[in-house]
Design a protein around this ligand. Structure first.
Ligand code: ZN
Length: 225
């Protein structure tokens, strides 16, 4: 049984059958209740020395920001992942700044989900749009650092919060283009996952096949030795 971190498996799905099919160097970013990245380097997953490469959700973006479950303050996922989007929108609704968010809030029994915020933004609610734009900006600023450091050919955005749509993607793009070096972004593509939730399944199947093939190859090698 081959076990891998789900974001790595999703990144593999993207290079096998998704947006990244012809891309050798790619970063897959999963935005959901947390934020993590799968790194594809020269066509293969890069896991790092201890297997935790790509844990971008705990990069600090605001030292005075909210407490993260890791114990630090202002980590990317504490300010920009799904729960943070919902929490900021609850504050806006409670402050009476957005009748649309308030109506979702009351309808849901005094709570909001990122989907509600997405719906409110599509209804043209300026506050919901601002909350999503802010999250995209934070994520984009971290990705800009990764682009300067790693020079990927593509960034693929997936995970539940990617359902927030083009507003999120355009905010991410804008921040990356604004803060990365022009040479690094000249040919860079920033796209949503084409295969969505299936990326993990496709990646897992391909990972298992690759492992079977390499096991078979090593057995042939051993038999021939
Ligand atoms: Zn953290």
């Amino acid at each position: 049984m081959v076990v891998d971190n789900d974001v790595n498996v999703m990144a593999l799905g993207e290079i096998y059958q998704g947006a990244g099919k012809s891309i050798d160097n790619l970063i897959f970013v999963k935005i959901g209740t947390g934020i993590g990245a799968g790194i594809v380097c020269e066509g293969e997953i890069y896991r790092g020395s201890s297997g935790c490469a790509g844990d971008i959700g705990h990069i600090s973006v605001d030292k005075n920001g909210p407490m993260c479950h890791c114990g630090n303050k202002g980590c990317l996922e504490a300010v920009a992942a799904g729960p943070a989007i919902a929490e900021r929108s609850v504050q806006v609704a409670r402050a009476g700044k957005s009748p649309i968010l308030l109506s979702y809030y009351e309808k849901n029994g005094n709570t909001l989900t990122p989907e509600d915020v997405g719906n409110a933004s599509r209804e043209g609610d300026a506050q919901a749009i601002e909350v999503i734009r802010e999250s995209g900006q934070f994520i984009g600023e971290v990705l800009a650092g990764l682009v300067n450091f790693y020079n990927p050919g593509m960034i693929v955005i997936g995970g539940g919060v990617s359902n927030l749509g083009n507003l999120l993607l355009s905010s991410i793009r804008q921040a990356v283009l604004c803060r990365s070096l022009p040479l690094a972004t000249r040919d860079l593509l920033i796209v949503f996952s084409e295969i969505g939730p299936d990326a993990g399944v496709i990646g897992a199947i391909n990972l298992a096949i690759d492992n079977m093939l390499s096991l078979a190859a090593s057995q042939v090698e051993a038999a021939g030795a």
